[in-house]
Design a protein around this ligand. Structure first.
Ligand SMILES: [Zn+2]
Length: 153
């Protein structure tokens, strides 16, 4: 199988993988976020949006043809290894560009912006906001855990 190229559509049961791909800056739509569970709905969405379908379902991967990529591992870290072995660059992005929650685009929050209670102060820490869901992000402990996982591949 050739190296899968973004953007991706990640099948149900592989939501953690979708989150990791977003941390690497990839456009990775998750089937459940889109309400896509039936095979034909997944295939139609992948075609319509020109996405590579990452799935653990061998029949679905076969139906997707060149557009499909079959994952055999169950654990997200092992799935990441499969993608890395196939040639996908899984380096943590310097600047986060995709929302880990919803795959929306992130924008830098100005230092003087109002932020939600849970957010770090953008005057002290670089903070990003998702254009789609409004979630705020910064490079905290979660970022470090993702970095450790990716650097261990
Ligand atoms: Zn979001």
């Amino acid at each position: 199988m050739s190296a899968p190229t973004p953007p991706f559509l990640v099948d149900v049961m592989c939501g953690t993988l979708a989150t990791y791909l977003r941390f690497c800056g990839y456009d990775a739509a998750y089937a459940l976020d889109r309400g896509l569970e039936a095979d034909d709905a997944l295939l139609a969405a992948a075609r319509a949006e020109d996405r590579r379908l990452l799935t653990r379902d061998a029949d679905l991967a076969a139906d997707a043809g060149d557009r499909g990529f079959l994952l055999t591992a169950r654990e997200p870290t092992a799935q990441l290894e499969e993608l890395a072995t196939a040639g996908l660059d899984l380096t943590l992005a310097d600047q986060p560009s995709r929302c880990g929650v919803c795959n929306g685009e992130l924008v830098r929050v100005p230092a003087d912006a109002d932020v939600p209670e849970y957010s770090r102060d953008p005057a002290e820490t670089t903070v990003w906001r998702c254009r789609a869901c409004g979630q705020h992000f910064w490079k905290g402990s979660h970022w470090q855990r993702v970095q450790e996982t990716l650097s261990g591949l």
